[in-house]
Design a protein around this ligand. Structure first.
Ligand code: GDD
Ligand code: MN
Length: 394
């Protein structure tokens, strides 16, 4: 009998963990049927490319030449956080060798590394009188030809505050594609309905002036999501464009990928917690629903699922097999466990992929919550050097 109570508790927690996710997935699946229309005409605004860098000597020249190939001429602002390799020298030499590639360029050298968000805040201060579009991109990501022009066109719609690209991950491991498709659908669905709070810094553009350095939390990462959310809370829309692509080389090991995802998860969780007064704010209209649901999925869901797993372990150890029904619940648990462990090592067998991806996502969120609980901030991270090496050999 006690085993049954444990089963009820477990099922209740599992429902609390998964049902909101299912609801949001269904909502986004229906919102996405309407399309986001990118305006035909250019906005007439200038573009400044913002490139925050730290120790990128292996790939900086490639990055600059790929930016120079865009058919839209822009200004360039590089913020270097005290790289201890030859990033600054290489950047300078390249820009002096090819003086016509950008309308103008500037390098801001910081005396000390304080994390990417601080570097972005500094750039915002530098550009405080600027009236154009800021396009931020990572050194290890690249945008497709025509991207700057497409971004520029978006901003001829005066309601648009921020636009983000859609990732094409390279060096895909295991379930990563599935993971991306799912998240792209959520982000684009949210964008159609109102705005998405989560854009990616690999390629994100915003209207200068609609976000300022005071909107940023310097000791947190996910600068990109902070910018998207601030643009929306300051009255404009933040959207992910499903036809604006960037490629992004993933860390080569499952461990490296997990490290990156836990860091990102922590940035998103901290942002959602900081914006908690908007979860139920009528003034924010549809956006408060998006924030509220994401807060549930990023904070409550991982706790609920870990709780459910703990009850499952207790039940199986103490009361197995109390009845046929309980034995079938145990079979379901074994399936979840197998899906999670397979996805964790980037493997899958038929029928385990989606479950594995979701469970790994929850694991990363839980790890991020635990780290936050212990007061460990991930806003300055060790570089994924394997990514740089792979890119420099391409
Ligand atoms: N100025 C500066 N200062 N730039 C930095 C610093 C820093 O302390 N740390 C990293 N960067 C730069 C890198 O040089 C690169 O251009 C970009 O920030 C992204 O860094 P990666 O090392 O490639 O990190 P990632 O791939 O995990 O980044 C993803 O997550 C971050 C948040 O956790 C991307 O989505 C980033 O845009 C996002 O900021
Ligand atoms: Mn990267």
């Amino acid at each position: 009998m006690a085993g049954e109570w444990l089963a009820y508790g477990e099922l209740g927690l599992a429902a609390a963990g998964f049902v909101p996710f299912g609801i949001h997935r269904l909502s986004c699946g229906s919102w996405i049927n309407e399309k986001l229309e990118c305006p035909e005409e250019l906005s007439g605004l200038e573009i400044t490319i913002l490139l925050p860098v730290w120790n990128e000597e292996l790939i900086i020249e490639k990055k600059l030449s790929s930016l120079a190939k865009q058919n839209f001429k822009a200004h360039l602002l590089v913020v270097d956080s005290a790289s201890d390799d030859s990033t600054i020298e290489k950047t300078k030499t390249w820009l002096e060798d090819f003086p016509d590639c950008f309308k103008s360029w500037k390098i801001i050298p910081m005396a000390e590394r304080k994390g990417k968000t601080t570097a972005v805040g500094l750039a915002m201060e530098e550009l405080s009188d600027y009236k154009g579009i800021i396009v931020m991109t990572d050194a290890d990501a690249s945008m497709l030809q025509g991207s700057l022009e497409r971004i520029n066109r978006w901003f001829s719609n005066p309601q648009i505050g921020a636009v983000g690209g859609t990732p094409i991950r390279e060096g895909n491991l295991g379930a990563e594609n599935q993971h991306r498709e799912l998240y792209t659908m959520l982000r684009v669905g949210e964008s159609v309905y109102d705005s998405t709070p989560f854009l990616e810094g690999s390629l994100i553009a915003w209207r200068a002036g609609c976000v300022s350095s005071s909107d940023l939390y310097y000791s947190s990462n996910a600068d990109d999501a902070q910018i998207a959310t601030a643009a929306r809370l300051n009255g404009l829309r933040a959207i992910q464009d499903p036809e604006l692509f960037f490629t992004d080389q993933m860390p080569l090991t499952a461990k490296g990928q997990r490290r990156q995802k836990v860091r990102r998860a922590q940035g998103l969780i901290r942002l959602l917690v900081r914006k908690r007064k908007f979860w139920f704010s009528k003034r924010q209209g549809r956006f408060s629903k998006i924030l509220r649901r994401n807060a549930w999925m990023h904070i409550i869901s991982p706790l609920a699922i870990v709780g459910a797993a703990a009850l499952a372990v207790m039940r199986n150890i103490a009361y197995f097999p109390e009845s046929a029904l309980m034995a079938s619940l145990s079979a379901l648990e074994v399936y979840c466990l197998a899906s999670w462990l397979l996805a964790r090592s980037n493997k899958s067998i038929i029928g385990t992929k989606t479950a594995g991806v979701i469970l790994c996502g929850l694991e990363n969120l839980f790890a991020a919550l635990v780290l936050s609980g212990r007061g460990k901030s991930l806003h300055m991270w060790q570089q994924h050097t394997d990514v740089r090496e792979a890119l420099s050999e391409k």
